[in-house]
Ligand binder design. Structure first.
Ligand code: F42
Length: 145
């Protein structure tokens, strides 16, 4: 069993702690926005340790759209590389936890469709894309049957 290493960012670590300790009934929104958040458990691509990454909730049927925006920062978040290296994740959505497989969406038609759903769910993604040179990666997490 790998070790869990919490996020070095206080507000992120505290959100994960509250989310998990309340079994997904508290800490489930992004601060004052009231918009829903999921927690994606992933494996560190160098350490092999367990990482827990809160992300905005955007869904396409049973699938979750994961947007590697980090507020429009110039570099991809580290979890992007974790998901590229280890595609098995757990997604906690409120009280429900799902085993899922992720893939980066590279097909442009599919990406546009999923990006639009994600922006509807969390409009600041569009501003984040406008403020960074990189194309913000989009993953689709699909249930493992
Ligand atoms: N981030 C997003 O990108 N999109 C969102 O929709 C989003 C929503 C959101 C909602 C609530 C919330 O609390 C946070 C939210 N965030 C969102 C922020 C998100 O949770 C991450 O904190 C953010 O994207 C930064 O991710 P990061 O993976 O770059 O995190 C850094 C700070 C981090 O934890 N770094 C670790 C560290 O110790 O510095 C490394 C973690 C790691 O995975 N290490 C790897 C390993 O092997 O263990 C190796 C690292 C390497 O060099 O490859």
């Amino acid at each position: 069993m790998s070790e869990y290493i919490p996020s070095p960012r206080d507000w992120v670590r505290e959100q994960v702690e509250l989310y998990e300790s309340s079994s997904g009934t508290e800490g489930t929104t992004l601060r004052e926005t009231g918009l829903p958040v999921i927690v994606v458990t992933n494996i560190g691509n160098k350490t092999g340790s367990i990482r827990k990454t809160p992300l905005m909730k955007a869904v396409d049927g049973p699938n979750y759209i994961l947007v590697a925006s980090t507020g429009g920062a110039p570099k991809h978040p580290v979890w992007y590389f974790n998901l590229k290296a280890n595609t098995s994740v757990k997604v906690q959505d409120g009280p429900n936890i799902y085993d899922m497989k992720v893939r980066e969406v590279t097909d442009s038609t599919e990406r546009i469709r999923l990006w639009d759903i994600a922006v509807d769910a969390f409009p600041p993604y569009q501003e984040y894309q406008e403020k960074t040179e990189r194309v913000i990666p989009v993953f689709l997490a699909e249930p493992v049957s």
